[in-house]
Design a protein around this ligand. Sequence first.
Ligand code: FE2
Length: 420
Amino acid sequence: MKDIPGYDTFVKIEPIDKGWSGNTVDYKQTKNGHQQCHCTFGDSLCKEGFNKMTDRTERVRTYVNGIFDRIENTEEKRAAYIHSYGVSHCCSLLAIRRGLDLELAAIIGLLHDVYSYKTGVIAWHSQNGAEMVRVAFKNDLTDLFTKEEQILIKSAIYHHSNKDIVHDKYDELLKDSDILQHVFVTTYGWEYGQRLLCVMKELSLPAPNIAMLPKKEAVIKPFDQSHVGDIAEAIAKKRIIGERSNPDYMQIIRYFPEETAFDELDHAWCAAFVYHCCHEAGLSLPIRVPHTAERVADCRFACVVAWYEWGVDKGFCHFEKDDFLPRRGDIVIYNNIIPKEDKSENSTWCDHIGVIVSCDGDSIMVAEGNVGNKNISDIIRRKRDDTIGCYLRIPNDYAYDGWKTDYKTGEMKIVKFMGE
Ligand SMILES: [Fe+2]
């Protein structure tokens, strides 16, 4: 039995193997049977609660480590570990300071950049990260979190790139931690610098010597859909085969992060081809739109249906019956162009998609992925008949603005950081 100043008298002190940082920590039991854990979780947690919490954290660690360990480039792999675990620790620190849930905070930090480290795609990695984690909650991370916890985690990941805007407390915790982990950087953008100074002050630390770039408004480059036609034509002409050994093909499907993506897109990559061409041409969209706690689209842009539903929602659909004249860069969604015998019974009418290269009277030249279900890209002449479902033409001033929607409520919410 030991007396420790400031503590109860303990009848038992045992090591627990699963510590916060993987080290052994002490679990103590007092004379009156109260169990205490002398670790970063605080003294009020019992052994059972402690183990439950570390089990969840360990499962998340195993998940992110599995992603990071597959990164081939050594420097990138190291950066993934340092940044993600560093942000996780900063989240823990700030959670203690702000009286938030330590475990959830640490887990949010671990998960926040998994999408960009898995795919190498930075654009919309917050929104795509929330989507990736949504799927992980059904598979690798199943049965770990309540629905409310899942929303809280996904929301923080979803909003973490928008550091000039204020969201909920866990969203803000992640944004601040993301910056705090980079504390050794010397030059900051306006919103990053302001946030760093605020966090340092909150932690009673001296203001770092940083250079802060002036605040600047985001410049939105007008989108030119004919450029999608240029890109699609160039890629389709390469007659890319949908195989793992084909680096061009792996680029086309890289946005879809799960290990199962290759098999799921086998002989079904026409929509992924269109998504890639749009992305390369500057029409950048998250892989699933909309995706909030309130409303989740039926499928990702790897499915033709996603393009149709998005087009209808935005008012971008045009039809032959209205004498619409398709032009280079328009997206064409086909109507039952795949022979019945090659389709499953419940498949929808919109069964294939491509990008218009040119229109010539009653026919169009179209750049497509998986042309004729032959697992290859090519340019093909199609008739403007009833196999055309609709065309999508996107206005030049279009820019995705779903990030303005609050993840939890599904409502538009813009509160500028520091009242700017
Ligand atoms: Fe980050």
